[in-house]
Write a protein that binds this ligand. Structure first.
Ligand code: AMP
Length: 446
């Protein structure tokens, strides 16, 4: 390369986050932390433990668990080119590739099997949170790197109480977050047997074939590949057609009917309000019985904040023993959008105390004061360079500080520190210990 060309390349260049990804910034990140903290707290009270699976896995794991026929697997996965990592043992097998996770249920089930969790007391209750990756067309509430908080219950008995308690936990979490206008929809999609869902799907296919001239391209294709997914259709002109199709509730086997009735009873027992939606389906064979979805206000067309369902066959499909399973995934980005929309989430990131110091001696005292106040749990801003008091107080209020601690030569000399309440401008003089006590008392009361 010529020197000239090298120079040209070194020219400063402005970079931007990739479309469909974004920086989460303060003060919004304070809200994210609060929501995640709430999840940790609520889930632990229901006996869940956190799992942190890796961000990438074998492509095949997702292909199997999510289903090759889904949009996610067929066109949305970030897969490394074959041979991308010459040092990867997994990749050295021809045909094997690695993929950034588009969801985490597959990883949780893989981990359950890999770590022999079936030997632990059952069921095993796990939750996770973190980024997922899908090559979707970006739009409001739809990102290519997005975040999910999810939970899975693996193993244990065939008990409708498990489904209901998981949903109860979810609704408790949303309530604690202050999410407005939540609506829980539930359904049962039976199980893959001739006298249950398979029989229903055959009837559905028949009914769809009769109206095929009125269906859009996607639905037409799905008559063969996955007729259940036609019920998901959002196309305006298909709505009237879908409403007239046979409904799964009329075709459930006795066991699945009993299970569904029991889930509803169990929800009522827990005071969880739900709505039934017979169109809530999942297209894969191992999904069975309970499916559910939660919508919230302020999200427009992408208003689902959470989807979940029972998947009793999945662990077995991934090479484990027959194991019951149910879980959900909350779209954290959408949860935040909805919280911000309803203003519940506005979290001004102010400071408890801004230390306005002047002079060398005052600076030494100020650094010690900052250390002690932070140790006591207060957020403290200590300006790194000396500012005139007027300027310092201006900064303090720009940073939405509650108090300004004024430390000048006088304060240091007589050990009486000046504390200014910025909301009303009042000032008082307090000795160091009394000041700490005072701050503790007022912050406990607010
Ligand atoms: P799924 O894993 O597809 O069942 O999605 C569960 C939840 O994750 C959805 O209800 C959404 O809230 C959220 N979600 C899914 N895909 C995206 C995306 N591309 N961007 C933001 N949130 C998403």
């Amino acid at each position: 390369m010529s020197e000239g060309a090298a120079k040209k390349e070194e020219k400063p260049r402005k970079f931007q986050a990739i479309r469909g990804t974004r920086d989460l910034l303060p003060p919004e990140t304070a809200l994210w932390n609060r929501v995640e903290q709430t999840a940790h707290e609520v889930f632990v009270t229901f006996g869940f433990g956190e799992i942190r699976p890796p961000i990438f896995e074998l492509t095949e794991l997702f292909a199997r668990a999510v289903g090759g026929d889904t949009d996610i697997v067929s066109k949305e996965m970030y897969t490394f080119a074959p041979g991308y990592d010459p040092n990867s043992e997994e990749e050295s097998v021809p045909g094997r590739t690695l993929t950034l996770r588009p969801e985490a249920t597959a990883s949780v089930c893989r981990a359950y099997i890999e770590h022999n969790m079936q030997q632990l007391p059952q069921p095993v209750k796990l939750y996770y949170m973190g980024p997922m990756f899908r090559r979707e067309r970006p739009q409001k509430g739809r990102y290519r790197q997005f975040y999910q908080i999810g939970a899975e219950i693996l193993g244990g008995p065939d008990a409708p109480a498990i489904d209901a308690e998981l949903i109860e936990m979810l609704m408790t979490f949303f309530e604690r977050c202050g999410l407005q206008g939540t609506e829980l929809s539930i359904n049962s999609i039976g199980h893959a047997a001739d006298n249950c869902r398979r029989g229903y799907v055959a009837k559905l296919r028949e009914a769809l074939t009769k109206v095929k001239d009125h269906l859009g391209r996607d639905s037409l294709r799905r008559i063969e590949t996955n007729p259940l997914r036609v019920l998901d259709s959002k196309l305006e002109h298909e709505q009237a057609i879908v409403e007239k199709l046979p409904r799964i509730a009329d075709h459930l086997c006795e066991d699945c009917k009993t299970h569904y009735a029991a889930v509803k009873r169990e929800l009522e027992l827990r005071g969880v309000i739900y709505r039934e939606n017979w169109r809530l389906v999942r297209g894969l064979d191992y999904y069975m019985r309970t499916t559910f979805e939660i919508t919230a206000q302020g999200l427009g067309s992408q208003n689902a904040v959470c989807g979940g369902g029972r998947y009793d066959g999945l662990v077995e499909l991934l090479g484990g023993p027959p194991t019951k399973g149910i879980g959900f995934a909350i779209g954290e980005d959408r949860l935040m959008l909805s919280l911000q929309e309803s203003a519940k989430g506005a979290a001004p990131q102010g400071r408890d105390v801004y230390i306005a110091w002047m002079g060398e001696r005052a600076y030494a005292t100020a650094t010690r004061a900052a250390k002690d106040l932070r140790k006591a749990g207060f957020s403290v801003e200590l300006p790194p360079t000396e500012l005139k008091f007027g300027k310092a107080l201006e900064r303090a209020s720009k940073l939405a500080s509650r108090f300004a601690l004024i430390l000048g030569d006088n304060e240091v000399a007589d050990g009486q520190w000046t504390l200014k309440t910025l909301a009303d401008g009042s000032q008082q003089k307090l000795a160091e210990q009394a000041l700490l006590e005072y701050l503790r008392t007022v912050s406990a009361g607010s």
